[in-house]
Design a protein. Structure first.
Length: 570
């Protein structure tokens, strides 16, 4: 619908509502300059004293959409349960209610016809469009929209008030009882709040006089909550109950899993991988959040450069051999492996996985959960799979000599084996396997490629600032990738979209070492890691440092973040 026609309809609706006279309508129509939406709003509000809500009603009637006063809507813990907050902020929409299978969504731009379809695909619910003021929707994100989970104020106040009394035995008993109301609420709120903030891990750390709760968001830990030290044992015991661990065992580390939908009425389908450990002031807990509502990402969305993506896609389609991913915990290895399996999965191929834990359930793929307590380890699972006629085997991690040898043998006997290993870079994987007792000639015969990876924070596109690098920064870029030009730095104050940090989200950087004749010869000769790295770079491998600088060149991240994530090559 042309803008001029919409303007005429809006003015006509205002006349019908007796907010404008016929003479005023003619004056607007006779304006020598065609008014855009903002200019029309300003003219009608300033010249003809039309209130913002009256104008909203007129626009809604002209467009045959119900109006909604977003200014009166209060954000809650459930606002962004179905539609992610960053999606809402980017597209200026706001979920304001739910009626049965219908989701009520306020739109700032009613002409964005593809958005309702996207939201429907995202939520599985039918969308009812409402018209809201753009200014009001923006304010919802700038006035503390970053933290939408149910707050801790009521629970902490209740615990704090009780703890402050200190003299009552019933109060103390309630604080150390893992089945008490406040403790149950506190455990649930911590998990919900971490999820809404986009955290990957929750750390509960006992100190001498208090318990500190921290979240890891975009790779960095940030303190969220401080609780009285007396609450610690009850909170840890409650989390142990949720994952069926032995609450009487406080001297040994324990591992478990929480299926959170059993403990909440909210539509959060989360699993948490839980690890407890005895520390000097009590038991500490670390929980990794596994969001089962998120699907695996396509390979193109993981940060692979075009050259690396082409090489990696060729390798994962090989009929046999070994593909290894290396990097520390939390570097995105599992997501890359799942994305690769999703890309090559088809009814003609049998895929088996041995995982600890199973992070995402993939359709058409047979997955096995490890149980070390009963002897079901990666090595025993791998032995079993070799008798089950698989085409592709994924082993969660190569941790010991036995698993490493069976994995190499599987890769040498007609299977494509994919696994992970903890090393600093791709060439260092050869030394690691050799240390485990695998013969160099077996490594060179089976290995297809090694992909080392890290996750690096993305600079916020809303508040990033361009600048020309000088001095050492310019020299780093020229030496690393042979380029120098305009790059971006983060804003120290940030913006509402990035929560004041200057960074939003993460992207992967990769060091892809694909074997060639020269590299195979070097492995067989037992060359040092530094020599193997030089051979791989001659064969076209980009190091982690070089790949991070390419992300700087593309404007994805900052030079500061790139150097902090991947050190400069010697």
């Amino acid at each position: 619908m042309p803008l001029g026609k919409v303007q005429s309809q809006i003015v006509a609706k205002l006349v019908a509502m007796e907010r404008l006279s016929e003479e005023q309508r003619d004056a607007v129509a006779a304006s020598p300059v065609e008014l855009n939406g903002d200019a029309l709003d300003k003219l009608l509000q300033e010249e003809y004293k039309i209130s913002p809500f009256q104008l909203l009603v007129a626009k809604a009637r002209a467009l045959n959409i119900a109006p909604y006063n977003v200014a009166r809507y209060r954000l809650s813990a459930t606002t962004f349960e179905r539609v992610p907050q960053d999606f809402c902020q980017e597209n200026l929409v706001l979920p304001v209610g739910q009626v049965g299978e219908f989701l009520l969504v306020a739109f700032a731009n009613p002409f964005e016809v593809t958005l309702p379809t996207k939201i429907q695909e995202l939520t599985g619910m039918r969308v009812i469009r409402l018209l809201g003021r753009e200014r009001d929707i923006r304010e919802k994100f700038t006035k503390g929209g970053q933290q939408q989970a149910a707050g801790f104020d009521d629970v902490v106040q209740q615990i704090g008030a009780e703890f402050g009394g200190g003299s009552s035995e019933s109060i103390e008993e309630d604080l150390v009882n893992e089945e008490s109301g406040p403790i149950i609420q506190l455990a649930n709120r911590i998990i919900e709040d971490a999820y809404y903030m986009g955290a990957s891990d929750i750390h509960i750390e006992p100190q001498e006089k208090e318990v500190i709760v921290r979240y890891r968001v975009d790779g960095l830990c940030q303190e969220k909550l401080r609780l009285p030290g007396m609450v610690g044992p009850a909170l840890v015991a409650r989390l142990k109950i949720m994952c069926n661990l032995d609450i009487s065992e406080r001297r040994l580390p324990q591992d478990g899993r929480i299926v959170f939908k059993q403990y909440t009425k909210k539509s959060l389908d989360l699993d948490l991988r839980v690890s407890t450990a005895p520390l000097n002031h009590g038991e500490g807990v670390v929980m990794r959040i596994l969001d089962k509502q998120k699907s695996t990402l396509p390979l193109t969305a993981l940060g692979f450069s075009d050259a690396n993506l082409t090489k990696y896609r060729e390798v994962i389609r090989q009929p046999y051999g070994m593909i290894l991913h290396c990097g520390p915990t939390g570097s995105g290895k599992s997501m890359t492996l799942y994305s690769a399996l999703n890309e090559i999965n088809s009814p003609e191929i049998v895929i088996r996985t041995a995982e600890d834990p199973i992070e995402y359930t993939l359709a058409g793929i047979n997955q096995m959960q490890m149980h070390r307590q009963i002897g079901l380890t990666f090595a025993s699972a791998l032995r079993a799979y070799l008798r089950q006629d698989p085409d592709i085997i994924l082993v969660g991690e190569i941790r010991d000599k036995e698993t490493a040898n069976i994995a190499v043998e599987a890769a040498l006997t007609g299977h494509l084996l994919i696994s992970t290993l903890h090393t600093n870079d791709a060439p260092g994987t050869i030394a690691r396997l050799t240390d485990m007792g695998v013969e160099p000639f077996m490594i060179s015969s089976s290995l297809l490629c090694v992909c080392a990876q890290r996750l690096m924070r993305r600079v916020c596109k809303t508040c990033r600032k361009p600048y020309e690098p000088q001095g050492r920064e310019k020299a780093l870029l020229e030496k690393g990738i042979g380029w120098s030009g305009t790059i971006y730095k983060h804003s120290p104050k940030g913006c509402p979209k990035c929560g004041g940090s200057g960074y939003k989200g993460r992207v992967g950087i990769h060091e892809l070492m694909v074997t060639n004749e020269e590299l195979i010869e070097g492995i067989n000769k037992g060359l040092e890691t530094a020599e193997l790295k030089k051979i791989a770079m001659r064969g076209g491998m980009k190091t982690l440092h070089q790949d991070s600088l390419l992300k700087v060149k593309e404007g994805t991240t900052t030079l500061e973040e790139a150097i902090a994530t991947a050190p400069v090559d010697l």
